[in-house]
Design a protein around this ligand. Structure first.
Ligand code: SAM
Ligand code: SF4
Ligand code: SF4
Length: 338
């Protein structure tokens, strides 16, 4: 059945759903969950407040009936949820869902890669910000060695996954790793995606001076390698893609700060406690768990989601430099899901 997706106030259809399955994480990345703030006494969501597998699948099925075709599972660290393979399997089998992907820091992949593959997952984005052991250990806030993640990347590929690597670049912190990371993943034939450091949440002490733009990264890479742009795979694709002219691998850029892409943003977000957000930089979400647990029918939930999306006007990245936008209270990335 072809579904005509619902559209928001800027005529943007709903196409993607990013589901955060937990707000917890085994890392404390300096740009996401700095350990000074996410310390031992930090109050994460109680387990009962998180959506169950059934609740996640019900909501996802309703989103699919409104036009969602792609789902990305994220967090926090999604591999911390023991029922993740079941979640993945059930989401992959939903009618109308063409693609399910997972974003992870990769630490627990030895344990989870095979069960996730067996449940039908095929695409993994693994985050890694540096190859230099001391720098990576500092950036992940937990002293984890990059060698563990690199081994797990290779292992996931052996299991059969299409793997991409995400690197958040922070000026003066890990920008010296741009070329070593590019060379390393080029020789492995793995796509490396550079993400501009974003002002998500209010806890990562973001400043524009710490952003290394796509153009700066591109200039550094193209001094040594010839790159050619690739057409987007689909409408609203977030990463700008390039290929090395010698054909060895692809490179991606997520340019939320320097070249915003709000005009084609088709992404809805679901937090692990069931709040529905229409933007990564939203201040408030719509509580779907209350409806789910309050006995609302699927039609009522569908009509609530439709109502929220049809009112959507978000375009935070377009407005970032305006004072009103930058002073907004935002939700942390580990909670809303990256
Ligand atoms: N824990 C998983 C991981 O790190 O891959 C999934 C959740 S994480 C929030 C999703 C993605 O968001 C990661 O690739 C991470 O590097 C990125 N991210 C987190 N904080 C960011 C920030 N302030 N700016 C840009 N990207 C960020
Ligand atoms: Fe955890 Fe991912 Fe955030 Fe790092 S980026 S702290 S791994 S949620
Ligand atoms: Fe979409 Fe909001 Fe990001 Fe713009 S700022 S691309 S509307 S999530």
């Amino acid at each position: 059945m072809t579904i005509e997706p619902i559209r928001d106030q800027l005529r943007r259809p709903i196409r993607d759903l990013r589901i955060s399955v937990t707000d917890r994480c085994n890392f404390r990345c300096i740009y996401c969950m700095p350990k000074e703030i996410f310390g031992d006494d930090y109050k994460f969501l109680p387990k009962n407040d998180q959506l169950t597998v059934d609740e996640i699948c019900t909501v996802a099925r309703i989103f699919a009936s409104l036009g969602v075709k792609k789902i990305r599972i994220t967090g926090g660290e999604p591999l911390l949820r023991r029922d993740l393979p079941e979640i993945v399997g059930r989401l992959s089998r939903l009618e109308g869902i063409e693609d399910v992907g997972l974003t992870t820091n990769g630490l627990l992949l030895k344990q989870y890669a095979q069960p996730l593959f067996d449940q039908g997952l095929r695409r993994l984005n693994i985050s890694l910000d540096a190859l230099e052991p001391e720098l990576f250990a500092y950036m992940n806030g937990r002293g984890i060695e990059p060698g563990i993640i690199l081994d797990n990347i290779i292992y996931a590929r052996e299991v059969g996954f299409q793997v991409k690597v995400n690197m958040v670049v922070q000026k003066g912190v890990n920008d010296r790793e741009i070329l070593p990371m590019a060379a390393y993943f080029k020789q492995l034939g793995i796509t490396l995606c550079f993400i501009e450091f974003m002002d998500v949440g209010n806890d990562n002490a973001w400043s524009i001076e710490q952003v290394v733009t796509k153009q700066e990264i591109y200039d550094r890479l193209s001094a040594g390698d010839e790159l050619e742009p690739l057409e987007p795979h689909y409408y609203g694709e977030v990463a700008q893609r390039y290929r090395y002219k010698d054909g060895a691998a692809e490179i991606g850029f997520i340019t939320s700060v320097s070249e915003s892409f709000c005009s084609t943003c088709t992404r809805a977000r679901l937090s692990s406690e069931g709040k529905f957000y229409t933007c990564l930089f939203a201040s408030r979400g719509f509580d779907l768990r209350e409806l789910l647990r309050g006995g609302a029918s699927e039609e009522e939930i569908l009509s609530a989601i439709r109502g929220v999306w049809e009112k959507r006007e978000d375009r935070y990245s377009d407005e970032r430099t305006q004072q009103r936008a930058s002073q907004r209270t935002k939700i942390n990335m580990s909670y809303i899901g990256g």
